[in-house]
Design a protein. Sequence first.
Length: 74
Amino acid sequence: MGNGAKAQQKRERNAKEANKGGQSQKKSNEAATNIICQTCRQAFFVTTRQPALEQHATEKHSKTMADCFPTFGK
């Protein structure tokens, strides 16, 4: 088996993988966004920390975190 045969096998393997289609992360990202601001309905990832949510509530809405995210931490 020469280098030409290996290159052809690699081309065939890459073509087969390309036909499978792209792997979208849209579904997994939607599943990970379950913290939602009750004022503007903006979604935040599950991993978002309390300081970032407090900043959103005070700077965007001039409200407390409890007003915008009543279910956070429960």
